[in-house]
Design a protein. Structure first.
Ligand code: PA5
Length: 449
């Protein structure tokens, strides 16, 4: 079995090999901080050995509940936000037939997402769609109090109970939340919902390999055992005992910190497959929330290529030279589509006749890489042998491990997110939430000025 591969050769025109190698001792120190639990945020390190500690028995329990939901529902709404949403969406979008749900002939339930915004029109259109469907809900919230998710769940639960009655609704709702704390735990106990626990020591953005990701992914019909197997192998090849130069997580952490030190303040995660869009969204949250604090941190952005070359391409090629890119490339695509020959050749594309669309895409990718390097954009390259559960599992763990090391190299606590609270405080004050009376007065006075 191959592994995902990291290639950083195209970073070296911009930073020296020696300067990256010089990180070896520091990376070792940071890796030890993770493994010995001596660094900041050490109460959130449960993700580190999560793949190797996940048992077959546990995965079977998740699959059993997923199969029960699959047998009852033609649509499953996954309600969650941030870390309680993006990982599942990334895998489901990456593996689903992009037009499957329009064909409606799939044996898998349609998975839709909610609780990740407060759009009234979104919820209204979702409710209308669900009104004609046999649907269920996976409600995911570690704290159990996140407004976006709780609001959507209240609306969807009310609708489901009206459509199928309280007793059947109970069979179609599964909660993923804290073992003891939070409103969702209380509600689940009271209503008798089936539940899965998000371990205390795993933060939202590191939770995709817990039931947060596993239950929706299994419900969508994908193989969570392969996903975990991939993560288990990545746990080994990114392990503390793997020498620096052979350890992709260590190298990625080192090179991106060196680029940052040299003025490359923005990292763009680039894909050449529309199915990877939400992998980019998941990655943005992982690195953005982990590193963006204490007035530091690489700004994580993502683009879908070649689509975004026709919108962001100009900026990337010739804008301020403060960026580097990390490309996720897929070696082998699933299907084969050849460019047909056309007698008249009015579009002038006969030079491509007989070639696979993926060959064209690969040449676009190579051409863009060369152009970007010429345009002073350092390029890191991650190759996935194929797009499947196993390699996505590898990719997830690789990025998580590198993120932990990278955050410590940067000198921040990669496992907290204090900045996320600021908007919530204002929103609760503006909505007159009980307990926010003082903040409410202060904000009203500020708005009157
Ligand atoms: O990474 C994080 O901790 C956050 O993005 C959370 O996952 C997000 O805010 C949702 O929180 P909760 O699961 O408590 O509803």
């Amino acid at each position: 079995m191959e592994n995902i591969k990291l290639n950083i050769e195209n970073a070296f025109p911009f930073v020296s090999k020696a300067s990256v190698d010089a990180y070896e001792a520091k990376v070792k120190e940071c890796t030890e901080m993770l493994h010995k639990g001596t660094g900041k945020g050490n109460d959130f390190l449960g993700w580190l050995n999560l793949p190797s500690s996940t048992t077959e028995k546990f995965l079977d329990e998740v699959i059993t509940v997923a199969n029960d939901l699959r047998s009852r529902c033609e649509v499953v709404v996954v309600a969650g936000i941030g870390g309680s949403y993006l990982g599942a969406r990334a895998v489901i979008d990456a593996l689903s037939n992009m037009f499957g749900w329009l064909q409606q002939d799939t044996k898998n339930p349609v998975i839709v997402f909610a609780g990740n915004n407060i759009g009234e029109d979104y919820l209204s259109e979702l409710s209308a769609f669900l009104s004609k469907k046999q649907f269920g809900i996976i409600n995911i919230s570690k704290s159990g109090t996140t407004t976006e998710t709780a609001l959507a769940f209240r609306i969807l639960k009310t609708q489901l109970e009206k459509q199928v009655g309280k007793a059947e609704a109970k069979n179609r709702i599964v909660a993923v939340t804290d073992a003891k704390k939070g409103a969702l735990r209380t509600l689940s106990t009271q209503e008798g919902y089936r539940t899965f626990i998000i371990p205390d020591n795993v933060g939202g953005r590191f939770s995709v390999l817990t039931p947060v990701g596993l239950l929706p992914i299994a419900t969508a019909g994908y193989d969570i055992k392969k996903l975990i197997a991939g993560a288990q192998d990545a746990e080994k090849f990114c392990g503390a005992d793997v020498p620096f130069k052979e350890n992709p997580a260590a190298i990625y952490a080192a090179v991106r910190n060196e680029l940052y030190k040299n003025g490359k303040k923005i990292e763009i995660l680039v894909n050449y497959h529309p199915k990877l869009h939400y992998i980019g969204e998941w990655w943005k949250q992982l690195y953005g929330e982990s590193e963006g604090k204490d007035l530091k941190g690489i700004f994580p952005a993502a683009v879908d290529c070649t689509t975004d070359l026709h919108s962001m391409g100009q900026w990337i090629q010739e804008g301020e030279r403060s960026i580097f890119e990390t490309v996720i490339s897929i070696k082998k695509s699933v299907y084969k589509v050849e460019v047909p020959m056309d007698q008249e050749d009015l579009d002038g594309l006969n030079f491509l006749a007989g070639k696979r669309v993926d060959d064209v895409n690969k040449m676009a990718e190579l051409g863009v890489t060369l152009a970007h390097v010429d345009g002073q954009v350092p390029n890191l390259h991650i190759e996935m042998p194929e797009l499947n559960e196993y390699y996505i599992g590898q990719l997830f763990y690789f990025f998580e491990k590198a993120c932990g090391i990278s955050g410590y190299l940067l000198g921040v606590n990669p496992f907290n997110q204090p900045g996320v609270e600021a908007y919530k405080k204002n929103m609760f004050a503006l909505l007159n939430k009980p307990g926010y009376e003082k903040e409410s007065q202060a904000i009203q006075a500020r708005l009157k000025k």
